[in-house]
Write a protein that binds this ligand. Sequence first.
Ligand code: AQP
Length: 333
Amino acid sequence: MARVLSGIQPSGIMTIGNYLGALQPFVQRHATDECVFMIADLHALTVPQHPDVVRARTIDAVAMAVACGIDASRAIVFVQSHVMEHALLSWILTTMTTMGELERMTQYKDKGQGQVSVGTGLFVYPVLQAADILLYDTDIVPVGDDQRQHIELTRDIAKRCNQKYGDMFVVPQGQYVDRGTRIMSLVDGRRKMSKSDASEGAYIGLLDTPDVVRRKIGRATTDSGKDIVVDWEHKPEVSNLIELFAACTGQMSAHIVAQYEGVGYGAFKRDLAEAIVACVQPIQQTYARIRESGMVQQWMDDGAQRARSIARQTVRRVTERIGLVPGDGHLGV
Ligand code: AQP
């Protein structure tokens, strides 16, 4: 069985993009792989956050991950800050990473755009991400193409450490989702749909009511034409709506295109909105039941315990190899 690690930042209500691009494919791996799913609260701190909001969103994210189908009794579902080994290994790996490597990462530039000053957390977070992955001897990391640079950095760090200290880490493989599972913003087809987008109209949240879904899709950007075709270069917004329709219904986009030939955007959007409602409603019902059940704390505690037992073995191996002295209760030994 391969060990597969995925995660999500509690930086907002999860979107249909998070579900179709990350959660749903991850759930499908339960049968074949050993699945580890992390709520990346330490990563969420890399941009300014209100403490109450981080707290609430972390709990929401655990509940939502389970509502989306992650089985907390099979997969290890945990909150990153509950396993302190992440911070320890992250620091150790920081000492093995160069400024040049981090300066080449484009994500911190994107996320820091428009900010008066960029926090160092945003700059070094690829190292924390490397620690998240290497801590669990992860074989496979399913991610979007935008994460390719970070996965390559993780692999470079792992290989460097293995060369210097003997086999210390499993070198992970990135598994990249294709375009169809990358959902773009409803107002700009060239930008990814994001849960922290300042404009609520840019995304479908998994807790959006049917009326909100209909309104957002009704107002989604199209273009002055009327052809419903996939043409990412000239019609990115329409292409995105077609892919979203296909992903929600499990159909091929070519089938959607054939079905809506000559119909016009209005009828297409109405049907798309209903397809989205049908996709998110069962998740919302399960989510409501989970919140009533009061199970979230138990899942978090259980997940942290299981995650910690793996993370500690890795930290023990690493600290021993690099020369840190074991001590009572320190370094997970
Ligand atoms: N639009 C998307 N389409 C497909 N997959 C997506 N993912 C995110 N957006 C889309 C996938 O969701 C997982 C969790 O991502 P994350 O929360 O760690 O960070 P992110 O990729 O930056 O997601 P967001 O929603 O855009 O968050 P914010 O707004 O905080 O930056 C990842 O597997 C990601 O590929």
